[in-house]
Ligand binder design. Structure first.
Ligand SMILES: Nc1nc2c(c(=O)[nH]1)N[C@H]1C(S)=C(S)[C@@H](COP(=O)(O)OP(=O)(O)OC[C@H]3O[C@@H](n4cnc5c(=O)[nH]c(N)nc54)[C@H](O)[C@@H]3O)O[C@H]1N2
Ligand SMILES: Nc1nc2c(c(=O)[nH]1)N[C@H]1C(S)=C(S)[C@@H](COP(=O)(O)OP(=O)(O)OC[C@H]3O[C@@H](n4cnc5c(=O)[nH]c(N)nc54)[C@H](O)[C@@H]3O)O[C@H]1N2
Ligand code: SF4
Ligand SMILES: [Mo]
Length: 719
């Protein structure tokens, strides 16, 4: 099938696309269009990873695209901030008003007073990557440190191995041991699950390490439940046993790593007894996992980002990145580390942003501190204008009450560009309607596999919706910026960035815009023998080796070796403290808060809820289905109690992504989460969150609350 072709008497056009959401699978999609309307949306059957099926979230995508709640035209706030009183305006008025406000702010405070805020609504190279950069660079606006998701792991994996390279997912079939550490692919990257099952059928033993009994954990051969944020100690405990029992690969370590003896010394401080006391994992389990990891080959260690969203997260990711080297499993098919494939293609930075032609970025604001920044925690001029696109910080960023306090500032000029009137858009001065993926052009690289996906616009924009890039061009022109790179068409930008990236990256040999448009999916061009990451024994670190001891970390004033320190949130915990650790990871039916307003998916996900262990529930007089108040040092929200053995005593789980504006109390779990930063790369610490949970009322309606725990794994074909 070509990217777009017309077949049959019904005059249906089939258009190839890419799922734009923040998910490692980056599925290849097909949209059928008749008379300008999308009439069907499904998976590309030819794609090696998508394999002809889409997840439960994206299968009903046309409900999202044609939702009656889509914003169709620009809005101007007419009542007080957040009061929900709007007036329809034209695009000319909207762009004109933004330009006038920004010119005033630039004249009074400098462009540093303007802050773009964006993250993961789409992961497209154009609609996100280029739109994060060009206009703001030209303006000299404040920069955003985009560290809400996986910044610590990115820094840790790069410091250790030099790059985020990962095996082809299909190589799972060569594994004999697969350790899935703090990762829940059944919900967050579902195309891994059939491979995992095939690997099990091939004899692979699957271990899941997660405090919660997730859908993924349920299908594993073994589930190990450490206390939250103690994984660095667990990893060091495994190293302790591996070195103690001579299960390490000394020849490999001597040839390919730096500092392995220093790491051995560090691991000596983590005997199983100590690790058991820290993690709650029994000594026998630590011993047996270490033995299994040291003796079963090939052994793959797979982790993602949830496991490092705590105060010690950088060190956790460092420890996990070191483990495969100790058993000499790096560069081995079916073994090694699978974190992310993101660094195989890094879009040419200059082509993306033309920074060399622009003023320097005056300052960088950490997105996890957005509430603090809006309420005064900045050096230099106060933030006078916030431009939000591809993000919903009121729902998805930590410490929501502070974010809302900032957004309520009368002297703050806020613009939100989105498909829907999100929790954040409700506080805007101007709201702009955005196109969906079916209405825009883009190029995607995946972070869970090694193919590029081209997305051809399938239908015309709904109402007056415009894509991010179109809006950036209009704003640039209204501000009088006449650089040609602020005026190009979508295809021209994509070609420019692709060509510049290809010039230095052999994995893109022969990959042109025309080829992408024609074929839709194009695999990266690995030379024969190069498919397995690091199989040539070369590591793009300063030393050219795996840096178990990292001089880069030392130079940054950090511990050059992984080490366990309890997150600050837990540091002064007394034994009689009754608070629970609240983990708020991925919901099965949303991607962050995207889709959190889609009625069909909300019905499947069930009411906003919190899972607590029967013991903790009993101690608090909470029964299944009760409304509970969940409160931290930051704030509180109300959720429905799901009493379940899926979480151990002391731990609670409330899925992220619930829209506060759709909840009776107007809030979600992020009213409790912490905006403290982790030990590395300005990382978020959502899961270092001590909460007090108590019943506020007894209700008999448990129907919705039970739904979530019973949700079957919904990613399998035919399910
Ligand atoms: N359905 C769905 N899919 C998604 C998303 C979504 O919201 N919904 N979000 C997307 C995004 S933005 C991302 S970054 C990825 C994230 O992908 P994942 O990392 O797989 O997802 P999370 O649910 O954030 O975290 C994974 C697991 O980490 C566990 N965990 C939390 N703290 C600890 C700990 O201290 N130790 C251990 N061992 N485990 C811990 C949680 O219980 C959770 O089951 O998923 C993407 N895919
Ligand atoms: N409690 C808790 N909170 C978390 C996490 C957690 O584990 N726990 N995880 C965090 C993680 S990993 C992440 S990545 C962040 C994600 O946080 P965000 O990046 O803010 O993601 P979303 O909340 O999904 O909001 C994305 C918005 O972009 C919009 N959008 C989609 N496509 C487009 C487009 O083409 N143009 C425009 N203009 N808008 C578009 C969507 O409609 C949606 O409203 O959430 C974080 N929040
Ligand atoms: S599995 Fe991931 S990439 Fe595929 S359709 Fe679902 S959200 Fe999109
Ligand atoms: Mo994320």
């Amino acid at each position: 099938m070509a990217t777009a072709d017309t077949t049959g008497p019904e005059n249906i056009v089939r258009v190839r696309g890419a799922c734009p959401h923040d998910c490692p699978d980056c599925c290849a999609t097909v949209t059928e269009v008749r008379d300008g309307r999308a009439v069907a949306f499904y998976a590309d059957h030819d794609h090696p990873v998508t394999q002809g099926w889409l997840c439960a979230k994206v299968r009903p995508y046309l409900d999202r695209v044609y939702s009656p709640d889509r914003l169709e035209y620009p809005l101007r706030r007419v009542g007080p901030k957040g009061a929900g009183q709007w007036q329809r305006i034209s695009w000319d008025e909207a762009i004109g008003e933004i330009a006038v406000q920004w010119q005033r702010i630039i004249a009074e405070h400098g462009a540093a007073a303007i802050l773009p805020y964006s993250y993961s609504g789409t992961l497209g190279m154009l609609q996100l990557g280029v739109c994060n950069a060009r206009l703001w660079n030209r303006m000299g606006a404040s920069g955003l440190e985009r560290s809400i998701c996986g910044a610590a792991a990115e820094a840790a994996v790069r410091a250790t191995l030099g790059a985020r390279w990962s095996p082809d997912p299909a190589d799972l079939l060569a594994s004999k041991l697969i350790v899935i550490w703090g990762h829940n692919p059944a919900s967050t990257g579902p195309h891994l699950m059939p491979l995992l099952r095939d690997a099990q059928r091939n004899g692979a033993y699957v271990v899941v390490i997660d405090p919660r009994r997730t859908l993924t954990a349920r299908s594993a051969d073994e589930h190990i439940q450490p206390r939250p944020a103690t994984d660095t100690a667990l990893a060091l405990g495994l190293m302790h046993v591996l070195f103690r029992d001579g299960l390490h690969d000394e020849t490999w370590l001597a040839a390919h790593t730096t500092g392995w003896e220093d790491l051995r010394q560090r691991a000596e401080q983590y005997p199983p007894e100590r690790v058991a006391a820290i993690t709650g994992v029994p000594v026998a389990v630590i011993e047996s996992l270490a033995r299994r990891y040291g003796t079963t080959k090939p052994a793959l260690l797979k982790f993602a980002d949830g496991v490092q969203r705590h105060g010690n997260g950088g060190q956790t990711a460092r420890a996990l990145a070191c483990l495969p080297a100790i058993v000499g499993q790096i560069g081995v098919r079916g073994g090694g580390l699978a974190y992310s494939t993101s660094d195989y293609v890094r879009w040419d930075l200059e082509a993306l942003g033309h920074a060399s032609e622009c003023p320097p970025t005056p300052r960088i604001v950490n997105m996890n501190r957005i509430g603090a920044a809006l309420t005064g925690e900045v050096s230099g001029p106060p933030i006078q204008s916030l431009y939000v696109f591809c993000a919903n910080p009121v729902t998805s960023s930590p410490n929501a009450s502070l974010t809302v306090r900032g957004l309520l500032r009368d002297d703050l000029f806020t613009v939100v560009h989105d498909l829907f009137l999100t929790d954040t858009a409700r506080y805007a001065d101007i709201v702009l309607p955005a196109t969906s993926q079916l209405e825009q052009t883009d190029l995607h690289k995946a972070y869970g596999h090694r193919n590029l996906q081209y997305n051809t616009a399938a239908i015309a924009p709904l109402g007056e919706a415009k894509s991010n890039w179109e809006v950036m061009r209009l704003l640039a022109s209204a501000l009088g910026y006449d650089e040609p790179w602020l005026r190009q068409s979508a295809e021209e930008v994509i070609a420019e960035v692709l060509d510049a990236t290809r010039a230095t990256n052999p994995l893109l040999a022969g990959v042109t815009l025309e080829r992408l448009q024609r074929e839709g999916t194009v695999p990266l061009q690995f030379a024969p023998g190069q498919e397995v990451p690091f199989s040539d024994g070369r590591f793009p670190t300063p030393s050219g080796k795996v840096e178990l001891r990292s001089e880069a970390m030392a130079a940054a004033g950090l511990d050059p070796l992984p080490d366990y320190t309890p997150p600050a949130e837990f540091a002064d915990l007394r034994a009689d403290d009754e608070r629970l650790v609240l983990i708020s990871g991925a919901a099965h039916h949303y991607v962050s808060s995207s889709m959190g307003n889609q009625p069909g998916l909300r019905a499947k996900e069930g009411e906003p809820h919190i899972e607590i262990n029967p013991r903790d529930a009993a101690a608090r007089g909470i029964t299944h289905g009760d409304t509970v108040r969940v409160a931290s040092a930051r704030g509180a929200c109300q959720l429905r109690a799901v009493v379940t053995e899926s979480v151990p005593p002391g731990v609670a789980v409330a899925p992220k992504g619930q829209w506060g504006s759709l909840a009776p109390d107007g809030r979600n779990a992020n009213w409790t989460t912490s905006d403290a930063l982790a030990d590395l790369a300005g990382q978020s610490t959502f899961h270092s969150n001590l909460v007090d949970v108590r019943a506020v009322e007894n209700t008999s309606n448990t129907a919705n609350a039970t739904q979530q725990t019973e949700t079957p794994y919904a990613g399998v074909p035919g399910n």
